[in-house]
Ligand binder design. Sequence first.
Ligand SMILES: Cc1cc2nc3c(=O)[nH]c(=O)nc-3n(C[C@H](O)[C@H](O)[C@H](O)COP(=O)(O)OP(=O)(O)OC[C@H]3O[C@@H](n4cnc5c(N)ncnc54)[C@H](O)[C@@H]3O)c2cc1C
Length: 383
Amino acid sequence: MSTQFPTKTSEIKEKFDKFINKNLIDYSSKRNFDLGSPHTNVSTLSPYIGRRLMSETDILDIAFQKFKPNKIEKFVQEIFWRTYWRGWLELHPIIWNEYEKKIQDIEPPKKTGIKCFDYWTQELIETGYLHNHARMWYASIWIFTLKKDWIDGAIFFQKNLLDWCPAVNTLSWRWVAGLQTIGKNYIARADNIYKFTNYKFNPVNELNETASPLESQSSLNQQIINKEFEKISFSNLEDIGLIINKNDFSLDSLLKKDINFKICLFNCDNSLVDQSELIKNFENNLCEEIINNNTNISYVLSDEALINWITKFKIKNLIIPYETEGKCLLNRKSLLNKFTNNNVNVFFYLREWDRLAFPFAKKGFFPFKNKIPELLKRQGFTN
Ligand SMILES: Cc1cc2nc3c(=O)[nH]c(=O)nc-3n(C[C@H](O)[C@H](O)[C@H](O)COP(=O)(O)OP(=O)(O)OC[C@H]3O[C@@H](n4cnc5c(N)ncnc54)[C@H](O)[C@@H]3O)c2cc1C
């Protein structure tokens, strides 16, 4: 297991503190450089944020204790980029449905002779991480130089990224291809790679630097759905059970301020893509760490065990982390029927962070970005 991504609570905290205290101040000027593992000029927190082992509010709370928001504006914007992509996909589910239909088993790419590309292939497989700039270059070379299908590239990332996110990954690959911002593709250029890898790679004359965007079905991007993101209150409920899972490992610490509940950790997957052993081990180790540190949390590894837990604790109201597009773990008909048969009401809980932001993710990032000060205020961040 790569030590770049620890699973012990104390080591994760140490990693986070180190980034906030040492590197965050220079984030804006240094973030675009891919200096290789361990990538200390960026946070490398995405595998934890994506599973909400630490939430966006937890992170900004601590960052704002040390810096005024305008001093770390770029970092705050990046935190919101994830929210934006998740909200956008939630309002355009057809994009995920189309991607999901084309999921197939793929082999890792063979050596291409393009040194940087082959290096990043290896880095991704071995560490489960690539720097953001490397992801952009990689996707661009995959699509425009190697002329491979962007969907296979997105699947390759899905199989190997420790921070894989259906919204961020799929929409970023579409963005590079020129399918997201219609007619505008991202071209990886040798001089840009040379500069931002600190002169490590210089693929002059090896890349297609004049490619046009892929042909798009632009009508897909217009198919936005009307979705209300309701606020749910649990204050009148009794016999509450709370599930945490890899969609949200810390919902308990958010809700325990307001309500009492029994809690279980559900660790079971039904993904169409077989992810790498590195990812499986990372997730299992995180789950074990949570269980070892919290004797009040039951560990549940199957649907059947979940129903047994519900019966054992006489749960009547079950709170489950909201499942955005591509994140379905429990929102399955067969399981929902079992809850109904056991007279259990189910609530898929969307955090306020997402509930307030998602409605602004209808168009491009720039109108969304303008809402960041208002969203921060509504989250209770005052300065
Ligand atoms: C083709 C491609 C595929 C990608 N696939 C994923 C993916 O599956 N999962 C994923 O989490 N990110 C993905 N990204 C976005 C980005 O590369 C990663 O979020 C970032 O590199 C994570 O590293 P970090 O935590 O060190 O980021 P930092 O630079 O430290 O940023 C802090 C946090 O902000 C968020 N963030 C930063 N950059 C972006 C971005 N461009 N878009 C959305 N959120 C961002 C992440 O939550 C990140 O942890 C992809 C980008 C591209 C170009």
